[in-house]
Design a protein around this ligand. Structure first.
Ligand SMILES: Cc1cc2nc3c(=O)[nH]c(=O)nc-3n(C[C@H](O)[C@H](O)[C@H](O)COP(=O)(O)OP(=O)(O)OC[C@H]3O[C@@H](n4cnc5c(N)ncnc54)[C@H](O)[C@@H]3O)c2cc1C
Length: 666
């Protein structure tokens, strides 16, 4: 049996390194900000969100991640954690603030130089200068290197001419564009002296002070979206728009008055990835926000499941939903994964903070950070989408009502899997990093170059290792998962299972890609045919990192009872992950059928063991009670009490209710 714990210790552990920021946000946001916005029309919703954005700035919540020299706090981690906390509230406000301070402000800060900082950062922090991050085009989203907007330098006037050559090259989905933005960081192919230098970013005014589009700029509204309708997403097209030379954000590439191009990074490909890498904070922020979304959904669904009763035991009371194994199976593994991802996010934010604060010098470390951010963003946002849907269904019809928040949560968080990098594309980045061990010169290679590199350089070593390992496996006759004496709830065994799966996937992938080096083969086809394998590897790798973070967090938990509870949560995370991939573990001989059945039975046992702690665990997220803003959270317990009192006083029913299929209702 798992001992009951004091929720405070749990919360303190979860609050982690930036506990103070979490406290400030909990104390600082007005309760009325959590009231539903589903009934607002687009214009009213946008106006509300813009007003609150300014209030956030006025209350000092915008500067944490910006330099102290401009009134910020130089605390990158604090900025990301503050954003994560906003994810407990209205997601349009969170995304709007992410566009303003994360994307737009972050691009000025990280791609610009002193003069851009002096001129714009104070206004950006104060929300006086509202702006856009205009990278995506209708024609190219994931493949940023192929965007078609041009910025051509004219030495005669010392200006850049920003131009949209055809319709598919217009900027699309751009936050702050449809209504509020005055300035945009526009990503474009830089051309000077007739030579192309790849994607660079420039500051382009898009609206005058009175809100009218600037000459040559066409702005259209993306209109109503599936969610996030408090954010004004729009399209931008440029017709030979002229901006001065110093509009170029020139940290990684500058153009002299005579048009001479210079960059501290010689390789165009590496320069491109370095520029994108400087913007990694946005991705880290989205993965934190995804975590908050999953937490809110689970907090609502678990509270409801603890109050709601449906069907009576024969001759007994109606059963609380969370006492059903099927219900535990839906909510508790999701809860365990949410804990696991929380600790992984905490480690990622620390890594970001420590890597970026001192100015990046270690390129390998930066690449690892980017890969970790890409992987966690993908896994966390998919988890959030799945968890919100599970929570919605777990609340039955009530989960479908706007007053219970889950429908809007689902609509608003859905796109986390797409923006800040499409998840499938991000996982490919993760796998690429693993194949190349983040070698520095890989930054110089395009995708096909990477395939060839992998084929030529890395595979030979991996294949040798694989052959040796296969022999050893044969000699020992035992893969790590098969020994019956190993306990499934031993964290070392769990870690070995995760690591073994990852290594096997990596080595198998390397063997498949080796063919790309053979004469007459098309490296693209070889790579394409292995894409499923690539994604499986990336997922396995992220799961391993997440488990490591969880184990480390339990190790630093000062309260033994809390650590024990979290140990059970970790077991559930690890075994539910193995269970979800049971086909792989079985087909690869990692588990015998008997052990596989044990995994399933143990997941059931862990669900039962954690059931009494479900409420403590969701309370550990530290979401202030009023912030859940779902009627059922308070309403269902009240109604159940009233119904029970009523039934106690009423004449007994003629037949005891049994668990039968209810009459269908339309
Ligand atoms: C609400 C919202 C807000 C946004 N805000 C901004 C913003 O402020 N600024 C900005 O610049 N952008 C913004 N975006 C754009 C967003 O970043 C892009 O939508 C995203 O990068 C995906 O690009 P895409 O839509 O062109 O999809 P595509 O790249 O066309 O992808 C479509 C599908 O193809 C798959 N796919 C693509 N390439 C591959 C491949 N190599 N292998 C396998 N599958 C592949 C993807 O997985 C995806 O499922 C926003 C988008 C939305 C919806």
């Amino acid at each position: 049996m798992v001992q009951a714990v004091d929720g405070t210790a749990l919360r303190e552990l979860l609050d982690g390194r930036w506990a103070e920021v979490r406290r400030e946000i909990r104390d600082g946001l007005p309760a009325e900000w959590f009231a539903g916005t589903a009934d607002l029309d687009t214009a009213a919703y946008r106006a509300l969100v813009t007003g609150r954005l300014r209030e956030l700035a006025a209350a000092g919540h915008s500067g944490r991640g910006f330099p102290r020299a401009y009134g910020g706090a130089d605390d990158i981690g604090a900025g990301v954690v503050a954003f994560e906390m906003l994810g407990f509230g209205d997601l349009s406000l969170m995304v709007k603030s992410g566009v303003q301070w994360g994307l737009f402000g972050g691009a000025v800060q990280n791609l610009g130089t002193r003069r851009h900082h002096d001129r714009y950062l104070p206004g950006i922090m104060a929300a006086d200068v509202l702006g856009c991050f205009a990278m995506t085009e209708t024609g190219h989203g994931s493949d940023v290197a192929s965007i078609a907007t041009t910025a051509t330098y004219d030495p005669g006037s010392a200006e850049f001419e920003v131009h949209t050559p055809y319709e598919a090259a217009r900027k699309d989905y751009i936050g702050n564009a449809a209504a509020d933005g005055r300035l945009a960081v526009v990503f474009a192919q830089l051309v000077t002296g007739g030579q192309a230098h790849g994607v660079h970013a420039l500051l382009v005014p898009i609206r005058s002070a009175d809100g009218a589009p600037m000459p040559g700029v066409t702005i259209t509204d993306d209109g109503r979206k599936a969610g996030l309708n408090g954010v004004d997403n729009g399209r931008l097209a440029f017709d030979h728009v002229r901006v001065p030379r110093d509009a170029l954000l020139d940290r990684y590439g500058a153009v002299a008055a005579d048009g001479t191009y210079s960059s501290p990074i010689d390789s165009p490909n590496r320069r491109f990835f370095t520029m994108l890498g400087a913007l990694v904070r946005g991705r880290v922020s989205v993965s934190g926000a995804a975590g908050s979304t999953a937490k809110v959904a689970l907090a609502i669904a678990v509270r409801y499941a603890e109050a709601r009763r449906q069907f009576a035991r024969p001759g007994g009371e109606e059963v609380v939903l969370l006492d059903y194994l099927a219900h535990q199976r839906r909510l508790l593994p999701a809860l365990a994964t949410t804990y696991a991802l929380h600790f992984a996010q905490e480690d990622l934010v620390s890594m970001l903070h420590d890597t970026q604060l001192g100015g990046v010098t270690d390129e390998q470390r930066q690449r690892e950070l980017e890969a970790r951010a890409a992987g966690l963003k993908a896994v966390a946002s998919w988890h959030a989408s799945a968890t919100v849907q599970t929570a919605r269904e777990a609340c039955g019809g009530a989960g479908y009502l706007a007053e219970n928040r889950l429908p809007q949560l689902r609509a608003d968080s859905d796109v986390f899997t797409t923006f800040e990098g499409d998840n499938t594309v991000l996982l490919q980045l993760v796998a690429k990093g693993l194949l190349t061990s983040y070698r520095e010169h890989v930054g110089d290679l395009d995708t096909l170059g990477t395939v060839r590199f992998v084929a030529d350089q890395v595979v030979a070593a991996l294949v040798e290792r694989t052959a040796a390992r296969a022999l050893l496996d044969r000699l020992s006759g035992l893969a790590p998962g098969r020994r019956d004496e190993d306990s499934l709830t031993d964290p070392d065994w769990q870690s070995r299972m995760f690591a073994d799966r990852e290594t096997h996937l990596l080595e198998g992938l390397a063997r498949r890609l080796r063919r790309a080096g053979s004469p007459g083969t098309d490296p693209f086809e070889v790579f394409n045919e292995a894409q499923d394998h690539l994604l499986a590897l990336a997922r396995a790798h992220v799961a391993g990192e997440v488990l490591q973070s969880f184990v480390a967090a339990i190790g630093r938990c000062p309260d033994p009872a809390t650590a024990a509870l979290l140990g059970t949560v970790r077991d559930l995370y690890a075994l539910a992950e193995i269970e979800a991939d049971l086909a792989w573990f079985l087909t690869h001989g990692r588990l015998t059928p008997g052990r596989a059945k044990q995994v399933i039975a143990t997941v059931n046992q862990l669900c039962a063991a954690l059931r009494p702690h479900a409420r403590t665990l969701v309370d550990g997220f530290g979401i202030p009670p009023g912030w859940l803003a779902a009627e059922i959270v308070e309403g269902e317990p009240r109604r159940q009490d009233e119904a029970r009192r009523h039934r106690a006083a009423a004449v007994p029913r003629p037949t005891p209710a049994t668990a039968r299929t209810p009459a269908t209702t339309a």
